[in-house]
Design a protein around this ligand. Structure first.
Ligand SMILES: [Zn+2]
Length: 344
């Protein structure tokens, strides 16, 4: 079968790889119908050391179940399913606590011999715990929005939850990528009264406004902190969603949180330490977040997607076939596209 393999920075290829197939009794074999490229895929795209064997890619996908192992009962052959960006058993202590990314028997796509989502098919471990059946057709118009359940919508929601967004509160979203835009959707959905988006790309800002952002701050660094303080009566935001992961964005996020506020960080950290420890200590700022347990949020968010109350699929502004995935990486890296969907 064909799948996406990264061989080094800027070197993404579509390669022939061994066919996916059932191994364990708890596996399902899924033929991928939709996948996408993640902002986090751009970190290795810019930094990966050259590798002769390469790294399989992709952790967001929807597909059709083609076969299931003897111990799989929650999904069956023919089901259209969405996979969250980590696989999990759904039964261990952490899964019961809603923290599926810490599953004792779980793991990550495209690592340790597990297939990636940017390919023709995937062996899904722990299929009962991992997959959620979607009761719609394979080419339903909602497919882009349903695909965001695998990562960016759940991740934006996780940022909002970790930042303790609540009705009447002020939320600030650092970053105008697909996760930041989904953070705006999540903040509005959870009742934030004022939603400030920090970003500087006009097309993304326009979409953020349509998703519910009330204020825009396009400055960076100290100037951004000043500007957010101005529009929050000098106090700062109750809830800050850090959706980038760079040192500078984290400094900004911590700098705009008001005393007693909370920062939910979901951008994959590219810095070693959390900055401004003294200032945030004296301001009693809570710092939370991490990889979103996207699996835990699918049931909560799916009805709003199916009813059209939220339209996170609008973050996809480019669609490519599997053979065009390398150019999809380039387009996202060049900020030509917010997020690229792959149709198979
Ligand atoms: Zn588990």
């Amino acid at each position: 079968m064909k799948a996406t393999v990264m061989f080094g920075a800027g070197d993404v290829r579509i390669e022939n790889v061994p066919d996916a197939g059932l191994v364990e009794r708890t596996d399902a074999l899924v033929r991928v119908t939709r996948a996408c490229i993640c902002g986090s895929d751009l970190w290795p795209y810019n930094q990966m050391e050259p590798s002769a064997t390469g790294q399989r890619m992709g952790h967001e996908f929807i597909g059709v179940v083609e076969a299931v192992g003897a111990d799989v009962h929650a999904v069956k052959t023919g089901d259209l399913v969405v996979a969250p960006f980590a696989w999990s058993d759904g039964t261990c202590v952490f899964c019961h606590e809603g923290l599926h990314t810490s599953c004792l028997h779980g793991g990550w796509w495209a690592r340790n011999g597990i297939d990636g989502g940017q390919g023709e098919a995937v062996r899904v471990p722990q299929a009962d715990g991992t997959l959620v059946a979607l009761l719609v057709g394979e080419d339903d118009a909602l497919m882009p929005s349903l695909l965001t359940l695998s990562d960016v919508l759940g991740t934006g929601h996780h940022a909002a939850r970790a930042a303790r967004v609540a009705p009447g509160k002020t939320a600030a979203v650092v970053g105008d990528g697909a996760v930041g835009l989904c953070g705006v959707i999540a903040a509005k959905r959870l009742g934030a009264e004022q939603i400030i988006i920090l970003g500087r790309h006009p097309d993304r800002i326009a979409l953020a406004r349509e998703f519910g952002a009330t204020d825009v701050v396009s400055a960076r660094g100290d100037e951004a902190v000043e500007r957010v303080r101005e529009i929050t009566g000098g106090l700062g935001a109750h809830s800050v969603l850090e959706c980038v992961g760079q040192g500078e964005s984290m400094v900004t996020a911590l700098g705009i949180a008001r005393p007693g506020g909370a920062v939910g960080r979901v951008g994959l950290p590219q810095h070693e330490a959390i900055p401004t420890t003294m200032a945030t200590f004296f301001d009693n700022v809570t710092i939370g977040g991490g990889p979103a347990p996207a699996r835990a949020y699918i049931e909560e968010l799916l009805p709003d997607v199916l009813d059209g109350r939220i339209e996170p699929g609008r973050v996809f502004d480019r669609v490519v076939g599997l053979d065009e995935v390398p150019d999809g990486y380039r387009a996202m890296n060049d900020r030509e596209a917010i997020k690229v969907m792959v149709t198979l």
